[in-house]
Write a new protein. Sequence first.
Length: 368
Amino acid sequence: MFGFKRVKIRSAEFGLYFKDREFQGVLDTGTHWLFDFLGNTQVDVVSRRQPWIVHDKLDVIVKSGALAGKAEVLDLRDHQRALVWIEGRFSHILTPGLYAYWLGHKEVTVEVIDARQVRFEHEHFKTIVNWPQAKVLLDICTINRDHVGVLFIDGKYVDTLSPGMYAFWRGVAEARVVEIDRREITADVSGQELMTADKVTLRLNALVTYRIVDARQAVSTTDDVRQALYRETQLALRGVIGTRELDAFLSDKDAVAREIEQAVRVRAEALGLEISSVGIRDVILPGDMKDLMNKVIESRKAAEANLIMRREETAAMRSQANTAKLLADNPTLMRLRELEILEKIASAGHLSVVLGEKNLADHVLKLI
């Protein structure tokens, strides 16, 4: 028909009618004849199978009120986000802006969230954070087993988080989680050049075993708690060993380790740490000092061996003297001793007797 424009709107469709680029209304299902003598009429056909109305003039369409009863309008502020479910399945997250979705064709559920509560929590948390685009809008982190997370928002401590998955809204505030290992940790304090009270330089390797008991304090007190403990152990080693002479140190290293542990423990408590043990692993002396120590030990051992030998000789001589006195005082015991000797000689199987003076022969015959 001349001067008119025919527009057919099928089921599950709507027509957005514009004239002279001004929105006029929504055309329902059916055939429509529009006066278009000057060619200034435009109809944008949109499908209701797509729940969301996507149009560059959505704000004008919404303000006209033509969508009343046909679509739901959603206007999100800067601090708001919206979780969208379509047909009972999670679909996506909406950022601040103007949105509209059709009513009646698909079941659309929208849940508006206040993002000023920076930490995101929801009964369907796992489903939402596993959405492929979730990381664009949410800062997602995982705290591993045997760890805790110290949460700071805009630089202020908020909470200490247990193991698990957490998410925080981006663009609202700065959320930072510092993960802390709660298991026992061994720090190796090695290669320490120390001087004893008697001016002997030695190299020492120590081990410190500790665990973090106050995660917030460990994070807030220093930028690197492990390095801070290392420095405190260094100072304790210098303070304790520097007051002892080498011999005193080497003779009782356990006492030195206990004193070092006590010194380190006081500072560790201020760092949020608990010291399990402090031990001295290796003591390395300079080459010339090592040779000198070896000579001293060698001389000491030789003197001890000589002393032991003299003690044994003295004991043997004392035993012989006691035996002789006992035999002299007891003739019968002396006689028995002589018979024992003759028995031993006879048991050898060959007895040779050389007789000299008559008296000697008589003595032997008497014994036999």
